[in-house]
Each structure stands twice: as C-alpha cells, then as structure tokens.
Design a protein around this ligand. Structure first.
Ligand code: SF4
Length: 366
C-alpha cells in the first residue's frame, strides 16, 4: 500500500468528512453538525512565570479547529503564535507556563495527560513542523532509521512496510529518498532538512498538524509544493491544520479561517474570505494593505506605523501604533465583539459605530 493510499486507509478510512449536504442540498459544516472540534483552546494565558507575575505572552486566547479545517494564526514575530503552538503540544520551554485556561485535544484536557500519554499523542495524533526543524532529529542516527522507527513505534508496521512508507514520504516532498534515507542530518541542506521534517510529520497521519512557518527555509517553488502537499493531506484525511505563517499570500490562498494576533491576543478572527473583504481591526487592515501585488509593485512599500512589536501595557495592545485610537484605548481592555457570524474583533470602535472605523482612513505610511 502506498503512502498516498495510506492516507485514505486505516484510521483515515473513517470517512471524516468536512462538509456534508442536507436533504435540501445545503452544505453544513462540522460545527453545525455538532462534530466536536479536534482542538479547542479556551481562555489560554501564558506568562513567563507560573504564578502570573511574569511577563504576559498570551492572554485569554480562544480558538477551535474542526476536522479537516485549516486555521491560520498570523501576526508579527513575538505576537504569541509559536508560544501558543508550543502550549498545544505541552512543550512550552521553561520558564514559560500556562497561567490560565485549558487546551482540549479530541475533547480531552491535555493538562491531564501523563508523560507516556503525551509522548504517544505527539507524532501519532499531533504532528508538528516547527521552525527549528533540525531539533526534530537525532544528529548521529541516519534519517532512514529514524523515520522507520517513528512509523514502527506509532503505527505498528513491520520494518519492511515502514521502510516503504518512509521512502514514499520522502518522495512526496521531492527528495531523493534512497540517498536521504542513508544520510545523517548534517549531510543535508537546510531546505532538505525542512522537507524531511515535513515528510515525518505527514507520514504519521495525524489528526492535527501544527505547521509553524513550514516553508521559511524553502525557495518559493518548493514552499508552494510543500503547502500543496499539506493541503492535499488535510483534504484526503480530514486532518486539522494549525498553520502559523507570516506569509499572507499563502494564508489567504489556503486557510479556511484566520486568527490575527497582536501582543498575545487574537485581535480579529473570521472566515478567510470575510476577513479579507471586511477586516475591521486596524492592525488586520494594515496587514492586508501591506500585501505586495507582484503584478503592480508600488513605488513605495507601505508599512505599519510605530515600533514593530510595541505592546501597550494596558488597554488595547495595539494602542501605541494605532492611528485611529481614542482616549479609552489607552486604559480600557477591549472585549471580543461579534462583527458578523463567525467574525469577531477586539476594537473599541467596532462596538460604538462600525461606520466610524470604516470612514477613518488608515494613513498610508512611506
Ligand atoms: S481599540 Fe483603539 S487602539 Fe485598539 S485598534 Fe481599536 S481604535 Fe485602535
């Protein structure tokens, strides 16, 4: 059985359909059919110390991902995207600590998992492609041996089948499989190492794939191939994907929903097409404005005003950089507000008069 075939067999043969039609022909989503989310994050807060006395990195974050859904977390470096991903896996680096909230994976609170349960979950049920892909492998053991061991440990196949699957997984990411199987990590380029990490993540047929900037080290064409592969996997297997990226082009092209982070908070989230069309938070609008259209490159690029990563200590985290802020933005925390069905944002101007925000032209900076 080939790798591609594997993706639609076994556990994946459980027909985890993303959308189905009712008798009237109307499409329904998993949420509408009350299918529980693969991942549910409730009110997550992360501090640099366990007792909340340290610096706050993530505040009151809520996020769900349904089977087969791709949700993108976007925002500047330091906005809390990768820290959130680490919390999902239980691999928050010390001294960071969850200071509030809970993370449910397949309905189970991950805080209650024992170490062996967590180890079994990682790889088999949750696969991760981190930015630090080299850290996923042992440098003094050949790649092939490591991949075969992973398949045998998590999927129970014999050595011969595991070797076939590992080889096919490497071929899927366009690597010379036999040569890579017989190589140590240091014998591969950065881009090749990244592709091996992605092959390892995909071959275990996860329920949730966390892809944290998965194409950072790759050229444009290879990056596109890798993202197509991830997209293909989630459509075939209904694997949920948490996609963390700076690249709005990739995110808009592939994600079902987008959550925009600034200063450790999700400041706006919604279905991709809605967010692109009707973004209401000034930060989201800046991000969308700063997209480059290669067919029409402007003479001067737009940038977001203020110091990148500057976070207001109280009130709205974006207040230090927001050109349309009002007095209470500096002092009053911003509650999450519903803009439309499935579309939420945290901005004082939305609650008062959405028209005001729309009329307030965001100044283009040069
Ligand atoms: S709450 Fe105020 S500072 Fe924050 S984005 Fe809205 S207008 Fe700007």
């Amino acid at each position: 059985m080939g790798f591609d075939g594997m993706l639609t067999s076994g556990k994946m043969g459980m027909n985890k359909r993303k959308s189905e039609r009712t008798s009237t022909g109307t499409k329904t989503t998993p949420a509408e059919r009350n299918i529980p989310p693969v991942l549910q994050i409730d009110d997550l807060s992360i501090h640099t110390r366990a007792d909340s006395s340290g610096k706050r990195l993530v505040r009151n974050l809520n996020l769900t991902i349904q089977p087969g859904e791709m949700v993108a977390l976007i925002g500047e470096s330091g906005s809390g995207k990768s820290v959130t991903a680490s919390a999902v896996t239980g691999l928050l680096p010390a001294p960071l600590s969850m200071s509030g909230g809970r993370i449910l994976f397949q309905g189970r609170d991950t805080a209650t998992l024992t170490s062996p349960e967590r180890r079994a979950m990682l790889g088999k049920e949750i696969s991760v492609v981190f930015q630090d892909y080299a850290g996923s492998f042992t440098p003094f053991i050949k790649i092939g041996k490591q991949l075969i061991e992973m398949i045998r440990r998590h999927m129970g196949w014999n050595k011969t089948t595991a070797r076939v699957l590992a080889t096919q997984a490497l071929e899927q990411v366009e690597l010379a499989a036999e040569r890579v199987m017989d190589s140590y990590l240091f014998q591969l380029s950065g881009g090749q190492q990244q592709r091996v990490a992605i092959a390892a993540a995909l071959m275990l047929e996860p329920d949730l794939l966390i892809a944290d900037e998965p194409t950072t080290a790759l050229d444009t064409l290879t990056g596109e191939t890798i993202l197509q592969l991830i997209d293909s996997l989630r459509h075939k297997t209904k694997c949920a994907v948490l996609f963390i990226s700076h690249d709005l082009h990739h995110v808009i092209k592939r994600a079902d929903r987008i959550a925009v982070m600034y200063g450790g908070e999700i400041v706006e989230s919604g279905p991709t097409d809605v967010l692109v069309r009707e973004a209401r938070h000034p930060y989201t609008r800046f991000l969308l404005q700063s997209r480059m259209d290669l067919a029409d490159v402007p003479a001067r690029l737009q940038s977001i005003p203020g110091e990148p990563g500057a976070v207001s200590a109280c009130g709205c985290p974006f207040a230090l950089r927001c050109p349309v802020r009002i007095a209470r933005c500096d002092s009053e925390a911003v509650p999450e507000m519903m803009v439309s069905d499935g579309h939420t944002a945290r901005c004082h101007l939305i609650g008062e008069a959405q028209g005001d925000l729309g009329a307030a032209e965001i100044t283009r900076t040069s």
